[in-house]
Design a protein. Structure first.
Length: 88
């Protein structure tokens, strides 16, 4: 599990599935920063991880300030499922 800061909005919401640098992640939670007084473009601060880590996120079995942080541009994010849509 890690914190992913996305510069720009690739159109994702909570429970989205994304790919960054060849790795697939589930977005457990997203905080939108910079809409009012922030930088020129919005930033999405996402807590991401593998599907196996969902239970640890739900039980808050992690320390948020100890997560690794990675920052990427929205163009580097491939959206697989935009907002927790079920694959049919």
């Amino acid at each position: 599990m890690k914190r992913l800061i996305i510069h720009g909005d690739p159109g994702i919401r909570k429970d989205a599935v994304i790919e960054v640098d060849g790795e697939e992640y589930v977005c457990f939670g997203i905080s939108r920063q910079g809409d009012w007084h922030g930088p020129d473009e919005v930033q999405l601060w996402c807590t991401v991880g593998s599907a196996d880590e969902r239970e640890a996120f739900d039980r808050r079995d992690f320390i948020p300030m100890h997560l690794d942080v990675e920052a990427v541009d929205a163009g580097a994010v491939t959206v697989i499922k935009a907002k927790g849509e079920l694959a049919v």
